[in-house]
Design a protein around this ligand. Sequence first.
Ligand code: ADP
Ligand code: MG
Length: 238
Amino acid sequence: MTLIDRTHRAGGSPQASAPLLRVSDVRKSYATPQGPIPVLKGVDLTLAAGESLALLGESGSGKSTLLHLIGGLDDADSGEIMLDGVRVTGQPDAERAALRRERIGIVFQQFNLVPSLTVAGNIAFQARIAGRFDAAWQEELMERLGLAALRHRYPEQLSGGQQQRVSIGRALAIRPRLLIADEPTGNLDEATGDEVMGLALDLIARTGCGFLMVTHSTRLARRLDRQVTLASGVLAGA
Ligand code: ADP
Ligand code: MG
């Protein structure tokens, strides 16, 4: 995004509303036989609705840990994560699962498609569970992701790039408020990764959801609105 775009966007929404996502002083340790290993040591982060943020950092710096906490897959030791006015942290597992189902789309490096379901079945799967299936939106997702002609195929009949496009469709099918992606292009070659990211960013802009992506590629990171780096358990950068 250029400076002009940014200025224009800021100017277009003068009323400062609460951010979509607010991470406040989040801490997380893992128990090991040698004692607890602190991974996140007071992470602060905000993301506005419709904003995209790249999360960079060395392997083992805690990027997946932070994404898992934001996505409600695990809970923090302390601190608070608020998404769309709802507290993610300190909730029972069932509450976090419901929040995930309704508001958060997740894309993993390993695609994680259901092998026994077709392309169309995979995209519809979570939306149906959440009671948010929308046939027109499902069709638009398949069109825009270039999957319409592949709708009856099974994951094993797809390339890596095609599988990742299905997993993006699945994540967006619920019309999430926030999409999080953990190294979504990590298993793809550069050209395929670029293509998948282009399609994803276009759809994300259409849904207006926030987007948080872990990547090792500074080149891909620059395609998002902001970049932050996790190091020594805290976030740096703008
Ligand atoms: P990144 O995604 O940045 O590579 P992770 O969040 O996966 O980093 O891991 C951060 C640190 O926490 C690493 O040292 C990792 O070994 C450790 N870790 C991650 N998950 C667990 C776990 N379930 N139990 C113990 N240690 C873990
Ligand atoms: Mg990771």
